[in-house]
Ligand binder design. Sequence first.
Ligand SMILES: Nc1ncnc2c1ncn2[C@@H]1O[C@H](COP(=O)(O)OP(=O)(O)OP(=O)(O)O)[C@@H](O)[C@H]1O
Ligand SMILES: [Mg+2]
Length: 346
Amino acid sequence: MKKLTIGMDVGIDLGSDTVKIYTHDRQISLMEPTMVAVDRDTDEILAFGSDARQMLGRTPERIAVISPVQHGRIHNFSLTETMLTAYVREVCGNRIFMPRVVVCVPSGVSEVEKREVVESLRAAGARKVCLIETVVAAALGAGLDISRPCGCMVCDIGAGTTDIGVISINGTAVSHWINYAGNSFNEALIEFIASRHDLVIGPQTAELIKREIGCVIPREAVLTVTVKGRHFRTGMPHMIRINSEDIMEAFEEPAVRICRAVQHTLEETPPALAGDLLTNGGITLTGGGAKIYGMDRLIAERTKLNVNLAQDPEICVALGTGKAIQFIDTRDKFEKETSPLDVFGA
Ligand SMILES: Nc1ncnc2c1ncn2[C@@H]1O[C@H](COP(=O)(O)OP(=O)(O)OP(=O)(O)O)[C@@H](O)[C@H]1O
Ligand SMILES: [Mg+2]
């Protein structure tokens, strides 16, 4: 029988691609794909996370592999709830008190969307749920001091959303988001290979190519890979060679869109905070999508600001939700105005 222990607090990054859960003892305790495999006929849930991802593209008609969170927002409420229940249980085990949770929400979410996040976590067993904006969590996780009256800028390039914000005194002064992020590069690549080479590839192949030779500025040496798929016209298995210069061409549109969103946010930033960015570290990039080769240098070229890729960028938001746990008690007691946390309905 499992040992009963007292309650715990957890930080959750409910990402479109990966759910990450922070706990004090193990830091990132869980990192699982935001995916659920469902039997279409019976609605039975067959697998979660990496087990569900393995089924992607290899399932019979009857089985659907669903991403219940898309572009950072809950797309399928009941599947999100069931998935979170399984993940929270895996991390918290058999405890007397259910956890208090800090969870991130992207900028610009509506009150209805916030309520959905809170309710899905309450249904998953959370005793109390506090919300934090994704960019604020990302800044905390990247180790930035956000408590001072001095602007710092974060651009979190996730899988489905790029969230950009200028932060000062624990809150966002300006924020902006677009539905272009890591997945957009995969989609652009799939389209490019289909139109240039008559080859149909799946998202997992696109992901591998992106990670291996993808770039948004020229690499020092041109890299080449072999890509296997199905020929568009003959329907037969087919193979081509593709190099990093081709990929850079395919990646131009999503890369430019992300740069423009950063520029747009800068244009909206009040002059004093914009001035701070010249001396206060410039722009910090977080999120897994920021790992695309050259993204930091491209944004630096376009904005003429210093751009730093955070350490382990894909876990910054989760680390930040974890660091924000300390604010749960202070928010309750006295620091509501300057707390980075939002308790829905409070
Ligand atoms: N080495 C890499 N090179 C390029 N892209 C990468 C690399 N590693 C991860 N990614 C991309 O990072 C993205 C996932 O990042 P992250 O975990 O920050 O997203 P998320 O938080 O789940 O999504 P979102 O924030 O949009 O809801 C995926 O699109 C993945 O392809
Ligand atoms: Mg994210």
